[in-house]
Structures are given as structure tokens and as C-alpha cells.
Design a protein around this ligand. Structure first.
Ligand SMILES: [Zn+2]
Ligand SMILES: [Zn+2]
Length: 245
């Protein structure tokens, strides 16, 4: 092993160590002893997607509510979506930090996403929602990719990030209606190979699901490419509005 390789390896190991060791609760700062990100009391207070979720989009619903109003009105193209947290309370801050440099939060979220493996029984590969080359240059990393890499290692499922590209950034999604968002994401993504998805079970991985128009657009491309089972897994999903529960 030459020196450069040695340093690279050492750096990788060091990164891994600093990513997986945690001594204080992220929420309250108290000492934790199990290498987790939260103490027991804080863990309980996090906005989990519990106890009932919509079987399609995975957002929290009222007791025994079944499919939510949003999925009834506009059925998604994916088979099933799940997310670890509802996008509210302190989770909003963690997502922002993750976007703004705190790459190690991929482990905080990844660990909770990991529990959903059984929700995707036919999955054979994963694709992270890509960002444009321009955005990658500016930010240096893609949160979706960090999450997918983490899950890929834990689940022993290939992460095929090279098979999907984001060609350009759409207009700001904020303030647009659901229909406008759908139009806005058209043509932003491209599959590098259609053949690779033929007959496959695929999980689309992302950090945040808001209206779901992005993952739905990617599901549309996967469907066109002949994918058989399309799933979605995100770290967080925005909650339903009152009338949609
Ligand atoms: Zn705590
Ligand atoms: Zn739903």
C-alpha cells in the first residue's frame, strides 16, 4: 500500500468513526450511553410517523383512516412510500443542518430509515434523488446520496446513483399549487439507462418529501423504463393538512 492509499484509508476510517460515535443527546445535550443520537426521553418526543400511516404515501393519518385524501384524489405512481419522521418540531432544524454541512446527520436519519426494510419486499436496488452538477459543486454533497449509501451498506442492496441524473433545476417549488409543482418537475430528471430498471424493484431515496411531486416524477420515468415495483423512502415527509387526513 503506498502512502496516498494509506492516508486515504486512514481518513475513511476516521470519518466512519466520527460518523458513528456520539456521546450526547442531539436534542437536550444530556449524555447518552448507547451510541444513539437521542436520550430515551427525547426519542419518545420526536415526531414519528405513528401510530397510523396512509398505506400509500406513508404520512400520519387519523386512527384507522386507511388511504389519505391526498392519495385518493391523486393516486401516486409509486407503490408505497415511507418516511422516518414527520417534518415538524426539532426535525425541521435537523433537516436544515443536514442540508447545510452536517453530513453526519445521514447516520441520525439513516438509522431510523433502516427499520423500514420490510416495507419494500421486492426491492433490488436503490436510487437517490439526484441534484444538478452545479448544485453539487456548490454544496459538495447530496443528502439523498448519503442516505442511500448508508442504507445500501446496511441492507446489502446496490445503490445505483449513476443511473439517474438531474439535468437542470426547476423553478422554486414553494408557493406553487400541486398541479403547478407537477408541471415544474417535468423534464428535470433523466435515466442513464432504461434497461437497468426493466422488471426491477426500485427504492427512490430522498431526504424530504413535501408534495411528493419529485418522487412521483421519478416514479413515472421508472415506470416508463419497465420497473415492476417502485417504492419511496425518505427521512422526513411533510404532514397532511387537516382535510387530507
Ligand atoms: Zn435528550
Ligand atoms: Zn396518502
Amino acid at each position: 500500500m503506498n502512502l496516498i492509499e494509506f492516508v486515504k484509508d486512514w481518513w475513511k476510517e476516521r470519518q466512519k468513526a466520527s460518523f458513528s460515535t456520539n456521546y450526547t443527546c442531539t436534542r437536550c445535550g444530556k449524555e447518552v450511553y448507547d451510541n444513539g443520537y437521542f436520550c430515551c426521553a427525547c426519542r419518545e418526543k420526536l415526531p414519528w410517523q405513528l401510530p397510523y400511516v396512509c398505506p400509500r404515501c406513508g404520512r400520519k393519518t387519523e386512527q384507522g383512516g386507511g388511504i389519505c385524501q391526498r392519495c385518493k384524489a391523486d393516486p401516486p405512481l409509486y407503490l408505497r412510500a415511507r418516511s422516518a419522521f414527520s417534518y415538524q418540531d426539532e426535525i425541521v432544524g435537523y433537516v436544515k443542518a443536514f442540508k447545510n454541512g452536517a453530513q453526519y446527520y445521514s447516520v441520525l436519519f439513516g438509522r431510523e430509515m433502516e427499520a423500514y426494510r420490510l416495507s419494500f419486499p421486492r426491492a433490488e436496488l436503490m436510487i437517490p434523488v439526484p441534484i444538478t452538477a452545479k448544485k453539487r459543486r456548490r454544496r459538495g454533497y447530496n443528502q439523498a446520496e448519503l442516505l442511500a449509501d448508508y442504507l445500501s451498506e446496511r441492507w446489502n442492496l446496490p445503490c445505483k446513483k449513476e443511473l439517474i441524473l438531474k439535468m437542470k433545476d426547476g423553478d422554486e417549488q414553494k408557493g406553487l399549487s400541486r398541479k403547478e409543482r407537477k408541471e415544474n418537475v417535468k423534464g428535470l430528471y433523466r435515466l442513464a439507462s432504461k434497461k437497468a430498471f426493466q422488471g426491477k424493484g426500485v427504492i427512490i431515496v430522498d431526504d424530504v418529501m413535501t408534495t411528493g411531486s419529485t418522487v412521483n416524477e421519478i416514479a413515472r420515468l421508472l415506470k416508463q423504463a419497465g420497473a415492476s415495483y417502485i417504492y419511496v423512502l425518505t427521512a422526513v415527509a411533510t404532514p397532511l393538512e387537516e382535510h387530507e387526513k
